[in-house]
Design a protein around this ligand. Sequence first.
Ligand code: GLY
Ligand code: MN
Ligand code: MN
Length: 532
Amino acid sequence: MYLRLSSCLLLLGGLLSLLPAQPRDYLPADFHRERREALRQQLPEGSVAVFFASPVRNRANDVDYVYHQDPDFYYLTGYREPHAMLLLYAQPQQDAEGSFTEVLYVQPRNPRAEQWTGRRLGVAGAQAQLGLQRVYPNTQFAADSQALAAASRILCFELPSDVRRRDAEGSLYQLMQAFRAFSDYPERPDPGRYRIYDLIRSTEVENNANVAQVIDRYLRWNPNLPGDDPIVRYQEATSAEERRQIAAELPENRVDVSSLDYLMNGLREIKTPEELVLLRKAIDISTIGQREVMKAMHPDMSEMEVQGIHEFVYKKYGAEYEGYPSIVGAGENGCILHYIDNIKDRLSDELVLMDLGAEYHGYTADVTRTIPADGTFSPEQRAIYDIVYEAQEAAMRACRPGLPFNGLHAAAQAGVDSGLVAIGLVEPGAFHPYFPHGTSHYLGLDVHDRGNYGPLAPGMVLTIEPGIYIPTGSKCDPRWWGIAVRIEDDVLVTETGCELLSDRAPRRAEEIEALMAEPSALDDFVLPGLEE
Ligand code: GLY
Ligand code: MN
Ligand code: MN
């Protein structure tokens, strides 16, 4: 016994030493296990939830895009490799080893492939590091034809139609093909269609007026639904008996492509303490980037150079990626909300809108500062800047548990409107096009993170990001043309209000000017010219 135990420990030690080295502050296996359990508790009785890893996307020829795991898959497993799937059963299943509620299929070790594309956890590594109850090679799923057989309902997301065909056993393509066959996956699985079917089935015919209203709303948002036969017949039905008949004949949807969205939104919109550690880090790193750029910026810099400084800071602190393509727009370019060309070669004396976010171990920040390239706001730039600042302050003051989500936008919009009227740029009460986006979204594994957009609650992390954009040619005095300002901060909703997480980067105009006047470590960083 002693010998056997010690040789097991030796083997395990050997295995762990071969596992890919990873930072110690990744989310622990317990976090993912608790999240799976929280989801499992909410699954309909007898159901199974099925998740797939993200596909590998091709950039061109034999170069693929950097792999990014599907955030739901990562949230539930911690697995960061492709060609994998997760089954989560509402009720315990039995096999020869006992009962289990979860199975992860992963890509097996393959020394030859790993020499080219990197280390893999493999089955034993995934078991040791991620701690799921059952881990099998992805090649096995196609043979597990009974994996879904007992499930009364199969919850999944609509399968993407653009997964590259790969005949290798266990590839994502093959996993999805086997899943289609085992689940009898529908030909037209639009989530909206099945949400309406569920609604019709679950509502007493006496409440038909309510159903009709909801159906109308869905039809407006789903252009492919208005012709759907059962829905049209239900809408045109004139008697309760007719409606009951239509409900009874609706196509079965054992495959449910609509419910997981709501369930995952509900889980991911509230951040756990472990997630907050990573989010705070991502946000802190991003604000340090903003500070360093404020000190380093001068009119001869290019937009791309500014982008490079931010991203260098991210890497310096171990943030692996940017959470979204970096936006650095000087003057008129700032009016393009998601301007990512960053191609202007001289900032001159323009305002520079910088919307960037470090992604740290999967969690992304989303912070925008808008600063004058020459270190001093012109009177027009300052007037617009202060309006956006005050609008943001108003939204921050409104931010507390119970506020309807759109209350943040209402507060910011009122601030922008009254500010623009006060400087004579807009007539009182007149519509204006200068604030064309929303004020807030959830933040987490996705920059526009999952959530159900209900009332604010403690544990939510959101952005507050009013803006004013005045492109050349706008119907106002030309002295305002080409000015674009967005100020974007990240906040945590607390029990009593909200905590500003991104306050390390100055927001007030005077504070920005003061920091821009400080010397930068980059002042002496001079590179040789390129040969003509
Ligand atoms: N960076 C994208 C956004 O602010 O929503
Ligand atoms: Mn944002
Ligand atoms: Mn942003």
